[in-house]
Design a protein around this ligand. Structure first.
Ligand SMILES: Cc1cc2nc3c(=O)[nH]c(=O)nc-3n(C[C@H](O)[C@H](O)[C@H](O)COP(=O)(O)O)c2cc1C
Length: 198
């Protein structure tokens, strides 16, 4: 399967970045074709411009030349994996910007009756599997008190968006601020195992 692995962490020596590597390696070892996208390395522009917002519903002209390669990579994917830390109970801005700017009408969904009163129809039908690999500084309990928005997004938004796939797998390591080397290693092993049977 062609698997798009999208990563959002600014530091190449970070634990999160090591998970990105582990995921790519395990997928490749399992025979998948990996298309790795490191958003920071590519200097992905997170901010939607005024022009992009004005053109947002103008399919297919809403795909500008600078977004086209990202759109094509997404459309070619048969599986998708996101590797990112949780920041302020959500995605790092660069990943949020990727969703805002690339997951647009005509790409990830269509409005069946136009932008005013249309029903959302998911479009990324080629994607048969999706997963999120993520790390939190806080404990699971503290995060549940806040509603754990990234988990909900992955499980619900991810499920609706990748309609051709079962509910996305959510691999999360909580309490990073207090984790032992053994737990860090064990989670990396879990990510490798899950990716090798992706
Ligand atoms: C800007 C920023 C915001 C953060 N917000 C949260 C948060 O809302 N909840 C949480 O559990 N951890 C939060 N953290 C902690 C990160 O999730 C944690 O540092 C990361 O998962 C650890 O991975 P790393 O060492 O590879 O960066 C935040 C960290 C940063 C830098």
């Amino acid at each position: 399967m062609r698997v798009h692995v999208v990563h959002a962490h600014p530091v190449e020596t970070s634990y999160n970045h090591s998970l990105f590597h582990a995921a790519c390696e395990a997928l490749e070892a399992a025979g998948h074709e990996v298309d790795a996208l490191n958003l920071y390395e590519e200097n992905f522009e997170a901010v939607m411009s005024r022009k992009e917002r004005l053109n947002y519903h103008d399919v297919p002209n809403n795909i500008s030349d600078c977004l086209r390669p990202y759109v094509e990579r997404l459309q070619a994917a048969e599986g998708i994996v996101f590797v990112h830390p949780v920041w302020n109970f959500g995605y790092p801005a660069i990943l949020k910007g990727y969703f805002d700017r690339v997951f647009m009408p005509g790409v990830s969904f269509e409005m069946s009756d136009g932008p005013e009163n249309g029903r959302l129809v998911p479009k990324l039908r080629k994607i048969r599997k999706a997963a999120f690999v993520t790390t939190y500084g806080g404990t699971r309990f503290r995060t549940i008190v806040m509603g754990d928005p990234p988990r909900l997004l992955a499980k619900r938004w991810g499920w609706v968006t990748f309609r051709g796939a079962p509910r996305p797998k959510y691999l999360a390591l909580y309490d990073m601020n207090n984790n032992s080397p053994e737990r860090l290693k064990a989670f990396q092993g879990k990510v490798r195992r899950e990716m090798s049977r992706f």
